[in-house]
Design a protein around this ligand. Structure first.
Ligand SMILES: [Zn+2]
Length: 216
């Protein structure tokens, strides 16, 4: 339903996935803050190597600079959502600003030829206006239920452990394919962790799929 919120705040830490019955099924890997040719393209190549389809929440302010990268994401079979135009928390902005930002981002994606069904607000911060503009524009808000917080460490193994500790059927994983809103090098930690996450998922018979495959 347009305007509804999918995947609420991260669940309680559930420990190693092997200890739980939620170890068969499907989950979605999502990437925020791109597109950026320096980082998004290597991430796309790595996903191809791994045979994985993911979902990219693009910023309008980056998409306007790199529309060909957005088209490339689409052409390689990934899903695309929108992450706002500028990367600002909605609770610190006026309702007018939030409406303008979200609608501008959606319009930018459409001008590139991409129809977006999902919106992820920056930092996962949701105001009343966030909900209203998502509903008005026909988008569902999608948050996440597992993340590696890769901006806090250079250790890809740590990122893997944070993600796989919450992995299970229906889980939505948040990673980053660009450093737009995080310290330089953040994307590379996610890039390094990606094959390890996929291996851990495979060990537990969890298949990574796009959001449309997971949610439809
Ligand atoms: Zn972000």
């Amino acid at each position: 339903m347009a305007g509804s919120v999918v995947a609420d705040e991260p669940a309680e830490d559930t420990g190693d996935v092997a200890q739980h019955s939620r170890s068969t099924g499907r989950f979605a890997i999502t990437f925020d803050d791109g597109p950026d040719p320096e980082s998004t393209l290597p991430v796309l190549d790595r996903l191809d190597d791994l045979g994985v389809a993911a979902t990219f929440f693009c910023l309008g302010s980056m998409a306007v600079k790199y529309p060909d990268i957005v088209r490339e994401i689409d052409a390689r079979g990934h899903d695309i959502g929108v992450h706002g135009y500028d990367h600002m928390p909605h609770l610190l902005r006026s309702p007018r600003w939030v409406c303008h930002d979200v609608l501008r981002a959606k319009a930018e994606m459409e001008s590139i030829g991409i129809t977006v069904r999902w919106f992820r607000p920056p930092y996962g911060v949701i105001s009343g206006t966030t909900l209203a503009v998502a509903k008005y524009s026909g988008m569902d808000i999608v948050l996440w239920s597992a993340w590696g917080r890769e901006w806090t460490t250079a250790d890809a193994g740590e990122v893997r452990d944070r993600i796989t500790g919450r992995l299970g059927n229906g889980v939505i994983v948040l990673m980053h394919d660009a450093d737009t809103a995080s310290p330089a090098g953040t994307w590379r930690v996610a890039y390094d962790a990606l094959p390890m996450v996929i291996q851990a998922a495979s060990d537990h018979k969890l298949q990574p799929v796009t959001l449309s495959a997971l949610l439809d």
